[in-house]
Every structure is written in structure tokens, then in C-alpha cells.
Design a protein around this ligand. Structure first.
Ligand code: TRP
Length: 498
């Protein structure tokens, strides 16, 4: 639960455990920490409780089956193994794809440093596969502005030597190159930095969305206080409306209202884009943003369908369950820039083991793969379900030792990171800019939709009567939302979203 001082709290892995004794688990965009009991033991993050608290839905075997029926493809290993474990309206995205053939994918990253770690790649690997399977457009937002504001906030407004806006732009560029090296298709992917891209219809959406959020609602959702800087308080609107296809008319071949042309006909945002649904694959700490978004999609001038989400767990820190990999603690994470020998040393020295105290005991009682970090990493990166199952059972029976599990993990991570580094070398500034250029994206979507007219082309001319009816309907939605949240009430993180 976000408390009022949540945003200033240090990351989980750095926290002084004595101060945290007896504290509940806390997950929000600025904090990821498991419960700490009275003795100071950090517990694993309780994802079932998060499902309850956030009011999201668990991903069910039926939905995985439906995914397979609709796409003809086996669900990604991250879904099969419940690492992407919950959602909002994922079924509606499958419906839209089946009927109209298309939707938009949106994800992002806050560039807080130049180097990405293994955990950061997880939502991107998953998104990349969704893009390949569905053949749909994808936008990736780099929130360099958010990270600048948050750093200023953490340092109580003081400008630190390494905290200038151009530094964050550079982090964004470095991160974009890393993301590209994961293998996205340039024809259907647009990647941007907020500092470079905000403007045009995107800014119209931001501004309108800002008008729908009160200070108390932002404070409730993110734990802001009266001394939070106003940039950070308003930031959520940017991350939210980035989910609207109408923020990116150029990607859909429609004019935007931007320098240097300002086409007069494009002063107004395109209604046709408002009906394209969006799916956001992301880690569950981002959910408070999108709960705020879903509550307001239908109150925009051109109402958007509620944005769908598919949510992942966190890749645990090397030290074990309860924290996540943190860029600010080099020993908690494997970085995408680590050499083969660094990977080997980090796993051997720091990876928490689910094995027993002594060899004899391990052989007799067996190990616990569920808390074993080497096994956990394999469950993210090893493709074969059969091998993973075999490793787990050999470990449980005591046949396989911690050292052997670590060897298998090291080999797999060295392979993944090594191949990444080879591709990363090829990503020049020019390649980076080719993904960041505004252009019409090319995708095909579902080749056989059942209702082929894409929702984007349904432009119904409005009569005065229709306008009046819509106004009344909107007023009703607004009154309903305000009644539920209270117009001046905090939108608590544990208040269930819709
Ligand atoms: N706020 C996110 C972060 O700090 C970055 C982000 C922006 C994002 N838009 C997103 C993440 C959409 C997931 C989905 O990392």
C-alpha cells in the first residue's frame, strides 16, 4: 500500500532492514518491496494478494487456450509459466483482434541510468513476441521527464551534479538502443523520448487528461504529498494518454498538429483513432497509472475503450525473493553489459540458493527450486518446458546440486546476454533514429477478421440530437466516476479499479 511518504523511500534492496521491520508489502510505480516480518525477514512478494488489492484478474488456463485458438500460436513461455500472471480486459483485446483485426501495443521504460539489466528486458521480450504474433503497431515511451522529476524529488529539489536534463536524454538514447537490440521490427515500431516527442495531438490529450485528475486523486494513487514537485504530480497524465492511438496520428497516416506545418484541418484530434483498442504489457508496479487511465478513458472528448493490461511479476534480485533487480545496486542485478565472467561470478557468489546447508543434507532432503534464484532465472529464459520441469524435479529429489543449477543458469544467461551484445553493436545512432522518426507504420493485423471494417473507419456523422445524447451520457459517466471516487478523494492504491 502506498503511504504518504512512499515516494521518498529508498529501493527495496538498499533499505535498512531495521527500519522496515513489521512493514507490509509495498508495490507502486516508485516502490517494490516484499513484506518484512517482525524479525526483519523479507518475504517473497505475495502476488495473489496483489490481485486482490489491485482488483485485477488472474490469467486463466481458459484464456491461454483462447489465445492459442485465436492466434494459432502457443502462448509465450512467460505466460505459460505465469510470470505474466494477471490482466485487465485481455479477452476484449482478443475479441477486437478476432473481429476487427487490429489493436495497438504500448509499453515503456523510465531511463534512470544508461544500462539496462536482465529484469528490464522481460516486458520487452514479451511485447516483441506479441507484436510478431498479432502483427500490430507498437509504441514504446521513454519517460526521461519522469525520471528527471523523480530524481529531483528524491533529492528534495536540489539539482545534483548528475541530474541534468541532457543526462536523462542520453540515458533514454542508450536504453532505446538496448531495446532495439532485443529485435523489434522497425516497420511497425515507434520509440520516443518524452523530451523529444511531447507536442501536437499528444499534448492535447495530456492537457485534457490533466483536467480530469485532481491533486487528491494523484496523491492517493502515487503517495504524493504537498511537498512533491508539481511536475511529478502531473506526470501521470503523460504516461496514461500515451496509450491512446489518437496521440500518434502520424503513425496511422493521419496529420498531426505540429511544427513546421500545422495543417489547419488537423487542429482537432482524430475521432477515428479513438476507437482502436490498446493492450499494455508491463510489470504490475505500473498498474496504478493505468487504473487511473481506465477510469477516465470514456470521459475524453472522443471516448477511448478502456485500455487492456497484461501484467508481469518482477525478476527477483540475485539476493532472492522480496526485492527486484535494482540498477542502483550492481550486486542485485545482471546487467545487459556484463561480460560472461561477470555473469558467472555474480551467479556463483550472489545468487540466493534453495539448496540445503550440507551436501549430505541436500542429497537426503532435496532442494527448493521455488526460492532458488538460478532456477528462477531459468524459468524466465529457458525455452524448453520439459528441461525446466526436469531441472525442478532433480533439484527437489536432491539429485541435482545448487552448483549444478547455477552452471545451467550461467550457460543460459551467457548465451542470451552474449547474443544481445552482438546485436547491440549494430545499433548505431542512425538505426536508433529510424525507430524514432514519425512515419506511417506498416502492419497487417489479423488477416481474417470476422467484422472486417476496422473500428477506426467507423466515422459516424453527428446530428445535433446525437451530440446532445452523447453529452448527457458523458455527464452521467462523470457523475458516476465522481460518486465512486469522490471528486476530491484520494484514489487509494488499494481502492479497486475497474
Ligand atoms: N514509468 C515507467 C518506468 O518508470 C515507464 C513507462 C512509461 C511504462 N509508459 C509505460 C512502463 C507503459 C510500462 C508500460 O519504468
Amino acid at each position: 500500500m502506498a503511504t504518504t511518504d512512499a515516494v521518498g523511500a529508498p529501493p527495496a534492496v538498499e533499505a535498512n532492514i531495521d527500519d522496515k521491520k513489521g512493514s507490509a508489502q509495498q508495490i507502486d510505480p516508485y516502490n517494490v518491496a516484499g513484506e518484512v516480518d517482525e524479525q526483519g525477514n523479507i518475504k517473497a512478494i505475495d502476488y495473489d494478494r496483489l490481485i486482490q488489492e489491485f482488483g485485477v484478474q488472474p490469467l486463466t488456463p481458459d484464456q491461454l487456450q483462447r489465445f492459442e485458438t485465436v492466434t494459432g500460436k502457443k502462448p509465450h513461455r512467460l505466460m505459460r509459466r505465469k510470470l505474466f500472471f494477471s490482466h485487465r480486459d485481455f479477452d476484449k483485446i482478443l475479441d477486437a483482434y478476432e473481429q476487427y483485426g487490429t489493436f495497438m501495443l504500448y509499453t515503456g521504460r523510465g531511463p534512470s541510468s544508461g544500462s539496462m539489466h536482465l529484469g528490464h528486458t522481460v516486458p520487452f521480450l514479451f511485447t516483441k513476441e506479441l507484436q510478431e504474433i498479432f502483427d500490430v503497431p507498437l509504441v514504446i515511451m521513454l519517460t526521461d521527464d519522469e525520471k528527471y522529476l523523480y530524481t529531483r524529488h528524491k533529492s528534495e529539489g536540489v539539482q545534483k551534479p548528475n541530474c541534468h536534463i541532457p543526462d536523462y536524454l542520453s540515458y533514454a538514447h542508450d536504453n532505446i538502443k538496448d531495446i532495439i537490440a532485443l529485435g523489434f521490427d522497425p516497420a511497425k515500431t515507434f520509440i520516443y523520448s518524452d523530451y523529444e516527442f511531447v507536442g501536437g495531438h499528444f499534448y492535447q490529450n495530456i492537457n485534457e487528461f490533466e483536467s480530469l485528475v485532481t491533486f487528491n486523486q494523484a496523491a492517493g494513487a502515487f503517495g504524493f504529498t504537498g511537498s512533491t514537485n508539481i511536475g511529478l504530480i502531473a506526470f501521470g497524465a503523460k504516461q496514461c494518454v500515451a496509450a491512446f492511438p489518437s496521440s500518434y496520428p502520424s503513425l496511422f497516416g493521419l496529420p498531426d498538429y505540429r511544427a513546421p506545418d500545422y495543417p489547419a484541418a488537423a487542429k482537432r484530434r482524430h475521432k477515428s483513432l479513438a476507437s482502436i483498442p490498446t493492450l499494455i504489457p508491463c510489470a504490475i508496479d505500473q498498474e496504478p497509472y493505468f487504473r487511473m487511465l481506465r477510469d477516465r478513458c470514456e470521459r475524453m472528448t472522443d471516448p477511448h475503450p478502456k485500455t487492456a493490461l497484461i501484467l508481469s511479476k518482477f525478476l527477483t534480485a540475485l539476493q532472492g525473493p522480496g526485492g527486484k533487480m535494482s540498477a542502483s545496486d550492481p550486486n542485485s542485478a545482471i546487467f545487459m553489459s556484463d561480460s560472461a565472467s561477470q555473469i558467472k561470478n555474480k551467479i556463483n557468489k550472489h545468487a540466493f540458493s534453495g539448496g540445503r546447508e550440507s551436501l549430505e543434507e541436500h542429497r537426503r532432503l532435496g532442494g527448493n527450486p521455488d526460492v532458488d534464484v538460478a532456477f528462477t532465472y531459468l524459468s524466465y529464459f529457458l525455452e524448453s518446458d520439459e528441461e525446466l520441469e526436469e531441472l525442478a524435479s532433480k533439484y527437489r529429489s536432491g539429485e541435482m546440486l545448487t552448483g549444478e543449477m547455477k552452471q545451467r543458469c550461467i550457460a543460459e544467461l551467457q548465451k542470451f546476454v552474449g547474443a544481445f551484445q552482438e546485436r547491440r553493436k549494430e545499433v548505431s545512432d542512425e538505426v536508433m533514429r529510424s525507430f524514432m522518426r514519425l512515419r506511417k507504420l506498416e502492419w497487417r493485423g489479423n488477416p481474417n477478421p470476422t467484422k472486417p471494417a476496422p473500428p477506426a473507419s467507423v466515422e459516424v456523422p453527428e446530428t445535433n440530437g446525437a451530440v446532445a445524447a452523447k453529452k448527457a451520457e458523458k455527464l452521467e459517466v462523470r457523475q458516476k466516476v465522481d460518486a465512486e471516487q469522490g471528486p476530491e478523494q484520494g484514489q487509494g492504491v488499494d481502492g479497486q479499479g475497474t
